[in-house]
Design a protein around this ligand. Sequence first.
Ligand code: MG
Length: 204
Amino acid sequence: MNIDIDIDSIKGFLAVDEGQALHQYALQTSALGPCLEVGSYCGKSTVYLGAACRQKNGTLFALDHHRGSEEHQQGEEYHDPDLYDSQYQKMDSFPVFRDTLDRAGLEDTVVPLVATSAVAARHWATPLGMVFIDGGHSMEAALCDYRSWASHVVLGGILAIHDIFPNPADGGQAPYEIWKLAVASGLFEALPTVNTLGLLRRIA
Ligand code: MG
């Protein structure tokens, strides 16, 4: 992998094997169209995907409102005080995300979209070679991400979904529910899951 940054220096919740799989599929699908990720946070997955896009002269759209998911808010399990903007009294991961892009040499490859999924998708018309969904984990947020982006994946392209836990004891079910929706749609075939990274190829 052509990655110019210490990946462990980036805050985030992506395992190395999952990042490597994202990188490989981004390389494979680059000829089909640009890549889009939902939920960039501090840019860990952005680096794995973006390095692949850069290698192929492609583009990665990195969508995140940067106000944090439910679990990142003050008082919640994954709240990080370093990412709290006391002036606005809101989470703000965008400054750290920009720093990651700069340090990783990805500013000419990655287009940050600072918006919600619903707003960014409203006028979206660009076919995508790969979509990676790792946004909010409420059922409402996951469904919105799925409905906003899955249909833009081109034939042969990849839909990747993070935090797939078939056993409810292991984690929240919303990502797994949208993974099942994708399979049930008949539009995607399931590929082998890597750790908690669900992978689907568009077949219809
Ligand atoms: Mg995740």
